[in-house]
Design a protein around this ligand. Sequence first.
Ligand SMILES: NC(=O)c1ccc[n+]([C@@H]2O[C@H](COP(=O)([O-])OP(=O)(O)OC[C@H]3O[C@@H](n4cnc5c(N)ncnc54)[C@H](O)[C@@H]3O)[C@@H](O)[C@H]2O)c1
Length: 386
Amino acid sequence: MKTRRIGIIMNGVTGRMGTNQHLIRSIKAIRDQGGLKVGDDLVIMPDPILTGRNHDKLAALAALTGVTRFTTDVDAALSNPDDEIFFDASGTLQRAGFIEKAVKAKKAIYCEKPTAVETAEALRLAKVCEDAGVKNGVVQDKLWLSGIRKFKLLKDQGFFGRILSVRGEFGYWVFTGLDADQPAQRPSWNYRKEDGGGIIVDMLCHWRYVIDNLFGKVKAVSCMGATHIPQRVDERGKKYDCTSDDACYATFECEGGVICQFNSSWTVRVRRDDLLTMQVDGTHGSAIVGLRDCWVQSAGITPRPIWNPDIQQPINFFEGWQKVPDATTYDNAFKIQWEDFLRHVVLDTPFPWTLREGAKGVQLAELGLQSWAERKWLEVPDLAKA
Ligand SMILES: NC(=O)c1ccc[n+]([C@@H]2O[C@H](COP(=O)([O-])OP(=O)(O)OC[C@H]3O[C@@H](n4cnc5c(N)ncnc54)[C@H](O)[C@@H]3O)[C@@H](O)[C@H]2O)c1
């Protein structure tokens, strides 16, 4: 068995996503399982070097995860030809600068979404990678969630017939920090536009690839945002003004006619099956798609409600749904995409989730903001040609 070491510069990984999803649940998990086996006689073994601004935080994270290499000098890390991949999970507004440097150093690029907050900038970054001929990819983690995989399995088998509509409900209550003992559970930059925040920029990137891949290419958007909570408390305990949207009410029209409505909100309390659920209704059946589970109801067992508010509802609508059983073991969604990217870099296998695909998410977010500002439906132009 041969081991192929692959050096990965992991930038901005002391943050929430970098630490939990990318370092601990992906790269460390791949190392702990003995590497990524890609054939009878080859194992790919990631060898990360952590980069960031704060030496002590990097040292603590390295110690926690058993990583031996870390530095605050990202340029020095980039100059090492033995590290082939540059990964970025730093702030959205910092991403472009890092990616450009890494492309100059001829690294393969992998990064968090959104790649930028404006379509022109996201496309420019995609072109920078394409012109330099470096492999590149953007996180599109939701595609590998077990709930979505279970739904897709049934959809591909024709369970739903013709899909008519999708109602996505995403969100939960993010504490404002104004109440005693209840600090916010998301970073404060999320609520400041000037720092790349806002739920439209954050979530429409996800809805773009989810809808494009499952329900048909998004061709038009109508979106309304809101800043429901005007003031929150930051990590240092200081009050700040919220300058970006914390809720978004959007409708998307797809090629093929499916209509998708997605509410995304950090100002709702949850009384549903999961933090993200999508109700998908089709002519032959329906689904409630959660992060991990998927429940379905077929046409044949659909109850027949009769409108009569004068009596107690005789039907328990939560009965009559079947939970789709596990078909396999479902690994962490981020880890699965990481493994695909590693295969892409080492073995040249296809990897369609490029920076150009990522730019489509930024495009939908930007059009969503524009639709809100102009209070009108907007067409989504084809970015493949741009
Ligand atoms: N895929 C997803 O579902 C998902 C979810 C949440 C966030 N994100 C994205 O991931 C990125 C990080 O979000 P987060 O929630 O982890 O935020 P975070 O604030 O927890 O982490 C950001 C990290 O970047 C670091 N950083 C900022 N500026 C830097 C600089 N100049 N140099 C080096 N490091 C720098 C910060 O110190 C911090 O460690 C954002 O772009 C966000 O949109 C993706």
